[in-house]
Write a protein that binds this ligand. Structure first.
Ligand SMILES: [Zn+2]
Ligand SMILES: [Zn+2]
Length: 282
């Protein structure tokens, strides 16, 4: 039976499904999970044509050499896909919910995609579109391969996986079993997945509060052990700016993250945003 792709209109996650068959028995794997809410009006799935009619893809170079792609109006979890331009081949990390043809052409003009990856399933967006267009190596951590039915993983990552010199994926777990962060050493940037959540943005786009969560919607905190593991990984990765699958923070540093982890480990782990210490430098 031929297959097609359907997107859960609540979280945007793309599913592989039988063409022409109503998705009556399809339970979105992300929305069914405790780390997301159930859709308040029941399941609703959109095919490619409906998503294409619903959203426009936008893009912007958010900092020299790093581009963001997102959809308007917001769709699903409202993710942003990042494109890191490199002389040895571009790396795309996380996915926009949908890439219109003009966005794919823009990525082509920027040099295409040599390697594709994501921190965890909340960041997958429409990775399958980038795979179909650019045929990159597609790297996912071994613990999250179970969520990749809508595309094809070509490389399964262990706990540390080098994409290119200075660009390395590190497993942090916690929020998701296979969650990874991507460290760009030369850019002093960390793609943190949902290991950090940014809060209290000012008019210049600078972040003034951070939080951590196992599950955001139900305010489920991480365990102390999970926070200690985040800390052990982060302390080896100097950075001055950070990217979640949704937002860019030009001012969040390694020291800010370590200060947050220490505070949560010393007290009662909570999901409440904690003000950033302004004197913490990377
Ligand atoms: Zn969903
Ligand atoms: Zn997440």
């Amino acid at each position: 039976m031929p297959l097609t792709r359907l997107s859960c209109t609540h979280c945007g996650f793309w599913h592989s499904w039988f063409e022409g068959k109503e998705p009556l028995t399809l339970n979105c794997v992300l929305c069914s999970d405790v780390r997301n809410a159930l859709p308040p009006d029941g399941w609703d799935y959109a095919d490619v044509g409906r998503v294409a009619r619903t959203v426009t893809t936008r893009w912007k170079e958010v900092t020299p050499g790093i581009w963001g792609f997102w959809c308007e109006p917001r769709y699903g979890l409202a993710g942003t896909g990042w494109l890191i331009r490199r002389d040895d081949g571009n790396v795309a990390f996380e996915g926009a919910p949908f890439y219109h043809d003009d966005a794919l052409e823009q990525i082509d003009r920027l040099g295409g995609v040599r390697l594709l990856s994501a921190s965890h399933p909340h960041g997958y967006g429409a990775l399958w579109q980038l795979q179909e267009r650019f045929h990159p190596e597609l790297v996912i951590h071994r613990e999250d391969v179970r969520y990749t039915k809508a595309f094809r993983v070509t490389t399964v990552a262990d706990d540390e996986h080098e994409f290119a010199p200075g660009l390395t994926l590190h497993h942090v777990g916690g929020h998701y079993e296979g969650q990874c962060v991507l460290h760009d050493g030369p850019q002093r940037a960390l793609f943190v997945g949902d290991s950090l959540k940014f809060d209290d943005f000012d008019a210049e786009g600078r972040v003034h509060a951070l939080s951590c969560h196992k599950g955001y919607h139900y305010h489920i905190p991480l365990s102390r052990g999970e926070l200690r593991h985040y800390r052990r990984v982060f302390e080896r990765l100097p950075f001055d700016r950070a990217f979640t699958p949704f937002e860019f923070a030009p001012n969040v540093t390694c020291a800010n993250a370590l200060a947050l982890f220490d505070r949560l480990i010393a007290g009662t782990p909570t999901t409440r945003p904690q003000p950033m210490e302004s004197d913490a430098h990377g």
